[in-house]
Write a protein that binds this ligand. Structure first.
Ligand SMILES: O=P(O)(O)OC[C@H]1O[C@H](OP(=O)(O)OP(=O)(O)O)[C@H](O)[C@@H]1O
Ligand SMILES: Nc1nc2[nH]cnc2c(=O)[nH]1
Length: 183
């Protein structure tokens, strides 16, 4: 069903803001200093996981004051749905990955299948090391067997949107993290 602007405005009006812009910026500053401590001398290749990783990647790399390269990977589980199935690989990085230190940035670590599959693939490409960063870790016990190296903040097990995450394709541009009413 197509959403009207009124439907979308109602979703946002009724949503709970779980992490505001101030708290997000604090979390991003902390992540950036941890990443800098580990990667400042490694000329890393930063890989943005599209689409959700777009805003977190921009926010993090502007806080990293050392030489890095930027590329992206597009792998998606959820499409326009709110429940995920298998991973679709839509685009691979064009930069050579061999002997590179990689930093993968995404918006959310939910069950972890997306990041786990990306890390598994990167490790088969002759990379020197693979680090992972997500702004949000959703709290529940349905995780894969990995944890991101850098996590911004932990959030309750609800359907989230904002700061890269979408509700039916919308709201990725919001400067906070919101949860849908009743989720
Ligand atoms: O930890 P998981 O349970 O695997 O979920 C996390 C993934 O889900 C979202 O992507 P989605 O597939 O919805 O695509 P999008 O980035 O285009 O929104 C999000 O950006 C992560 O990549
Ligand atoms: N928009 C959105 N995408 C997700 N991908 C995995 N979990 C979520 C979520 O809570 N919200």
């Amino acid at each position: 069903m197509t959403n009207t602007i009124n439907d979308l405005n109602k979703i946002l009006d009724e949503a709970d803001c779980l992490v505001d812009e101030v708290k997000l910026n604090e979390a991003l500053d902390k992540m950036a200093s941890q990443i800098s401590a580990d990667l400042a001398d490694k000329m890393p290749l930063v890989l943005c996981v599209m689409n959700g990783g777009l805003i977190p990647t921009a926010a993090l790399i502007e806080r990293l004051h050392f030489p890095l390269e930027l590329d992206y990977i597009h792998a998606t589980r959820y499409g326009m749905e709110t429940e995920g199935a298998s991973l679709n690989w839509l685009s691979y990085p064009q930069t050579s990955l061999k002997n590179r230190h990689i930093l993968v940035i995404d918006d959310i670590f939910d069950q972890g299948h997306t990041l786990q599959a990306i890390v598994n693939w990167l490790e088969q490409q002759g990379t020197s090391s693979v680090y992972t960063a997500t702004v949000i870790n959703k709290l529940h016990d349905r995780k894969t067997n990995m944890t991101p190296d850098y996590i911004g903040t932990e959030v309750a097990d609800r359907f989230l949107f904002g700061y890269g995450m979408d509700y039916k394709g919308f709201f990725r541009n919001l400067k906070g993290i919101y949860a849908i009413k009743g989720s």
